[in-house]
Design a protein around this ligand. Structure first.
Ligand code: FDA
Length: 511
């Protein structure tokens, strides 16, 4: 065998000596269901293709000591590891490599205990393992309180893995009131590049800062997070309103840009614009999904006076518990047991993101809705307002740099079905993104690390280390002025660049 095959063999042998063999999956073994485990959380079906560069092995850890053993075996035998929690990475970097590379996956899906800590005088907290989904977190937390008034701010899609989602920040429908997920993380347990298990006190404040939004993979494998829970009222209101072009969608959108980021912080006014590709019967529709932490009567007059073009009425209100609202916004009904369902259907997509700091003119919205979203291959765009708490946090407080002055972010979603030619949808999203460049933030053109997009830049590896200059190209888009600090932390905690992928933070070594 070649020397690399021999070291792969030694790596797997080392794993077997330290981790129960039923948790180790290799492609060759007839007894192990390698493909089933690999595909179990591939959220973007593009990467089911057999051209995808796959791991040499997957370890489905059930204890922090297994993560430590995998890191030590990997370091000794020159095998890199990729961590996977929920598998929702847009570019699949938790389980695939873009370039041919030997790596193994540490899959945390079975490490998912959630423990709620309530004491008489302190706000409640929870320890949540990285392999839990945000749906499981919402369900467990809310059901722990007598009238469903405990909650946590995180993303809308309930199958997101806590590990990757928190690593990149975590934006969601309570961020204007309570901030990102990472604004509420108070401690964490991480396995570093030496295989040591460190909590906040042991890792120090620089590393603790970096893991709260600096993106997955770069600094170690986070096993568990301690979060501060938040209180919500017993009743919240979800507005669902759809407007077409004839119903004045362009005017509503134009005014929405200024209203949504400046409204009281207990209302979040998310917008989804559904394209109507040529040849299909549907028309372009703008879907408004608002979450208000209170009753309909309390907020409706404010919406009517600030956004009169929308013509919102009491009939658009749906009152329910906060927990029910997390199901309702995701599935369209209030059955909360769906939050525990980790399965996802086939989904082929390519996403990109932007941030807007100056409102876009009405004439441009008209062009977007009548031209860009009516094109062949057009998908959807999602607009998430900032302001409120998320906008008040200083830019350097966490790696998420898109704070003061951001009106909203835009997510562009191109999708297609199995067997379709993906190039039509991908060409649409690429050319639409080029067009939008003139209306969004520039120098850098900001992007959100959790909406990972490899088109904005990828690391170059020289002498087995990702270079700072190659990382800077994409890193300043995700992190602005926080990028250099992230690279400095990386240089201290993982100077040989053991934890890496195509967009991991490169080490900046102090001379
Ligand atoms: P996955 O397991 O693929 O990991 C993502 C990255 O983090 C990879 O680089 C991986 O190596 C690394 N990683 C994973 N676990 C780690 C760990 N324990 N320690 C260190 N690194 C780790 N985002 C958002 O903010 N708000 C939202 O509402 C949504 N909505 C949404 C909907 C849908 C359908 C998708 C597919 C995605 C989103 N996202 C989102 C984006 C989401 O936050 C992002 O993809 C997260 O990285 C997903 O985390 P997972 O653990 O599921 O991914």
């Amino acid at each position: 065998p070649s020397s690399s095959a021999a070291s792969d063999g030694c790596f797997i042998q080392c794993l077997r000596e330290n981790i129960p063999s039923e948790l180790i999956f290799t492609p060759g073994s007839s007894k192990s269901n390698f493909t089933g485990v690999l595909e179990s959380t591939i959220r973007n079906s593009r990467f089911l293709a057999n051209t995808t560069v796959r791991p040499i092995c997957i370890v489905t850890v059930t204890d922090a000591s297994h993560v430590q053993a995998a890191v030590r075996c990997g370091r000794t035998n020159g095998v890199h590891l990729r961590a996977r929690s929920g598998g929702h990475d847009y570019e699949g970097l938790s389980y695939r490599s873009v370039r041919p590379e030997t790596f193994a996956v540490v899959d945390l899906a079975n490490l998912r205990t959630i423990t709620i800590v309530t004491t008489a005088d302190e706000p409640p907290t929870a320890w949540v393992d990285s392999g839990a989904t945000v749906g499981e977190l919402y369900y467990t937390v809310a059901n722990k309180s007598s009238n469903n008034t405990l909650a946590f701010p995180a993303g809308v899609c309930t199958t997101l893995g806590v590990g990757g989602h928190f690593s990149g920040g975590g934006i969601g429908s309570m961020m204007r009131k309570h901030g990102l997920s990472v604004d509420n993380v108070v401690d964490a347990k991480l396995v570093d590049a030496n295989g040591e298990l460190l909590d906040r006190a042991a890792m120090g404040e620089d590393l603790f800062w970096a893991i709260r939004g600096g993106g997955g993979e770069s600094f170690g494998i986070i096993v568990s997070w301690k979060v501060r829970l938040v209180r919500v009222p017993p009743k919240v209101t979800v507005f669902h309103i759809t407007r077409t072009l004839e119903q004045g969608a362009v005017d509503v959108l134009t005014n929405w840009q200024h209203v949504a980021p400046t409204m009281p912080d207990d209302i979040n006014m998310e917008v989804l614009v559904q394209g109507a590709p040529q040849g299909q019967q549907q028309q372009v529709a703008v879907f408004f999904q608002f979450l208000y932490l209170g009753t309909c009567d309390d907020i409706l007059p404010t919406i009517v006076s600030c956004l009169p073009e929308l013509n919102a009425t009491k009939a658009d209100c749906n009152e329910m518990t906060w927990l029910e609202s997390t199901a309702f916004m995701n599935f369209g009904d209030t059955n909360t047991t769906q939050l525990l369902d980790r399965s996802t259907g086939p989904n082929f997509f390519k996403n990109k993101s932007d941030y807007v700091r100056r409102g876009i003119a009405r004439s441009v919205w008209l062009e977007i809705l009548t031209k860009w979203l009516a094109m062949n291959g057009s998908g959807i765009i999602i607009l998430e307002p900032h302001g409120g708490f998320v906008g008040s946090v200083p830019t350097g407080a966490t790696p998420y740099s898109h704070r003061s002055g951001v009106l909203y972010n835009i997510q562009y979603v191109a999708s297609w079905s199995a067997g379709d030619d993906s190039s039509v949808a991908i060409d649409w999203v690429d050319s639409f993104y080029d067009f939008m460049g003139q209306y969004v933030t520039k120098s850098p053109r900001e992007a959100y690390v959790n909406f990972r997009d490899l088109d904005i830049g990828q690391n170059t590896v020289v002498n087995d280390v990702s270079t700072f200059d190659s990382g800077k190209v994409w890193g300043e888009k995700y992190f602005g002025s926080n990028f250099e600090r992230l690279a400095t932390v990386k240089g201290k905690v993982d100077p040989t660049d053991y934890f890496r992928n195509e967009q991991s933070i490169p080490p900046l070594l102090q001379s």
